[in-house]
Design a protein around this ligand. Sequence first.
Ligand SMILES: Cc1cc2nc3c(=O)[nH]c(=O)nc-3n(C[C@H](O)[C@H](O)[C@H](O)COP(=O)(O)O)c2cc1C
Length: 214
Amino acid sequence: MNKQPVSRRNFLKIAGFALGGMVLGCSGLGFLATRQPEVELIQMQCKGDTPETEKTLIIYASKCGSTGEVAEAIAEVLCDLGMDVDVKLAEEVTSLDGYNRVIIGSAVRMGNWLPAATNFVKAQQTQLAQLPTVIFSVHLSNLGDDEAAREARAAYTAPVHELITPQAEAFFAGKMDLARLDFLSRMIIKAMKSQNEDKRDWDTIRAWAREIAG
Ligand SMILES: Cc1cc2nc3c(=O)[nH]c(=O)nc-3n(C[C@H](O)[C@H](O)[C@H](O)COP(=O)(O)O)c2cc1C
């Protein structure tokens, strides 16, 4: 068979297509690996019997929804006490006008609050300094009552404390739902031998809500 040498031009063409294909393939796989199943995040409001000016905003950041359910439980306690409460997503709140107090919550991932919550604090830092503000974190490691666990928990919100001075802070045990994770996170979590579990203690959460209401 008569083999024709590949011209430089054709070689570059073939190499270009191959490289383009590889880049597209890899970025496509990367996109799929980090694509999360759809999770509906709670937003709600209740009208209390306080004057219009007494309004509490609960904002939160969540990936899999469990922090939103904690925010909802806190809101229900405040609503039962007759308060006006809005529960909103951190990424959707751009102004604190009309609110008298703010409760900020975030899920913890890789030792940090989610960027949406931290970005909210950064963006509203000046206004938050004028308003009573409390914060809560929802997480699954370092749940113990020993010094090491307390220190590790405190590290989760150390960057937040550099921006604001909350009047109260809580750390709540959270929930793991593998079906709600993207492929990459699921692999990480499985490698860490974690499984589905819901450690949220609703009595503790509601008790804290009553405490901060006062
Ligand atoms: C990828 C990943 C990383 C996590 N990293 C931490 C962590 O560093 N510390 C911790 O205490 N919990 C960690 N968790 C547990 C979550 O904080 C916990 O599942 C929480 O309830 C999730 O909240 P969400 O359902 O609102 O997203 C992690 C969970 C996942 C899926």
